[in-house]
Design a protein around this ligand. Sequence first.
Ligand code: NA7
Length: 537
Amino acid sequence: MADANTEHEVIIIGAGVCGIYMLHRMLELDVDAVVLEAGSGPGGTWYWNRYPGARFDSESYTYGYSFDPEILAEWSWSEHFAAQPETLRYLEFVVDKLDLRGHMQFDSRVESARFVDGENRWRVKLTDGRELGCRFLVTAIGMLSAATLPRIPGRETFEGESFHTYYWPKEGVELAGKRVAVIGTGATGVQVIAEIADKVGELTVYQRRPNWCAPLNNGPIDEQEMQRIRASYDEIFARCRETPGSFLHGPDFRVFDEVPESERLAFWNELYAGRGFGVWLGNFRDVLVEEAPNAVYSEFIADRIRERVHDPEVAEKLIPKDHGFGTRRVPLETRYFEAYNRDNVHLVDVNETPIEAITPRGIRTSDGEREFDIIVYATGFDAITGAFDRIEISGTGGQTLAEKWREGPITYLGLATAGFPNLLTLAGPQGASVSSNFPPNIEVGVNWAAELIDYLRGHGLTRVEATTDAEDEWTAEIMESYEGALLTRTRSWFTGYNSNVDGHDKLRYMIYLGGAPAYRKRLNEVVRHGYEGFRLA
Ligand code: NA7
């Protein structure tokens, strides 16, 4: 007889933004579902990333869930871009409000999942030896949850404290007076550097490639403003539904060449002084897709950096020369560039003086050794597919997902992949949630998956699998959308590069570039055509 504690209809891996909502939808539909979560509490990204400065680059009120009027009415955001502790509190509030904790198992890391063909069920093994079973396996494992450390010799010999930003110690880190090194200047490095510059003794930043950073322009939200925001949630979410990235900011379709220079500059100054991703996604569309306008805008941003950094040599080092603005993820910052005007902050360009080794006392470059008390690795993630690769997921015929995706992901709608029946890859590669404001598109993907599961149950079906034709077509479409896109001309996690992971040194088709509205339309069509592209049995 099936054991009610281990045998479920649905197992959801991950209790982050995605897993929380998926669980809620399952319970609403009266589906027996459980969440397995490696952390000791819910929150996912916001549970783990406790480094100083961690915060949204999405407006808080566009990042919160939109589905529950009571949550919207009861929750108040304190800042336009909330910091990690507040976001974690928010997700905990949602979990408790929806009474989900009883269906979540924490400290439960999934090691492997195996599809049993004859039974149309998954067997799921945890690292603690437990084994569970389910009909449908839903991954909500995050797109930036497989942290990667740099391949620098001697890392283990360092005698001070060292950690990846993702694993910033829960109990906090004493920074006052400490000699701190930060390696990496992506969105994470930029946040942590700006936040700790005036809290540490000495801060040395090891930069390989600078990014185009721009001001976040955060600000507090008082009760009155929160009331105004609450009253406009309908418009806020409607606006997010219209824009390609599901942010408040969408492209300006005026033709770049037809806008007089003075008008263009006034617009750009406005964007630079405005909140959030307007500076990137609210720009002229031409700037985002065409090289010449992109170069003009990049120079505009470079001049802002030159204005903000006192030492011209340091300023030039902080200005990207190998890629145009917005072709990699734009880190939003608060006084990041000003940090380099401080006497206690030092910038080391590792192209000039490469890191040779981590030593027991610090970091040795070709220029000599510097001693540190703390080394912070802000070196990023094996993005989007890394979390999948870290679980041994085997489908029909014993093939593993890691093998299937070795040369890059192949999916149908970013939600399923042939050979892996009853596996729904929420927040997986080639879906819209990974290339946009995460929660709005998570809601879309979760609703779609929940309806599919409900449909199958309603029709007495026990198996759903993407066809190879459908996934070939989808993946070809994704590849086509990359053609000519400016972001393919540079290496970043958007395009699947990671110098710290074997084989990740070529372009991978990781994200959907067609925009969230088109993606939603496509999902609806698939349903309308009776789950076209899926084999149901
Ligand atoms: P990112 O954006 O991948 O940044 C990682 C940074 O670490 C980046 O500056 C890398 O330089 C640098 N890096 C990685 N390996 C090395 C080595 N071996 N030596 C020197 N420098 C290295 O990750 P983040 O965590 O900042 O951001 C990830 C996302 O999280 C972000 O986009 C948000 O959406 C949230 P590189 O540029 O590769 O030369």
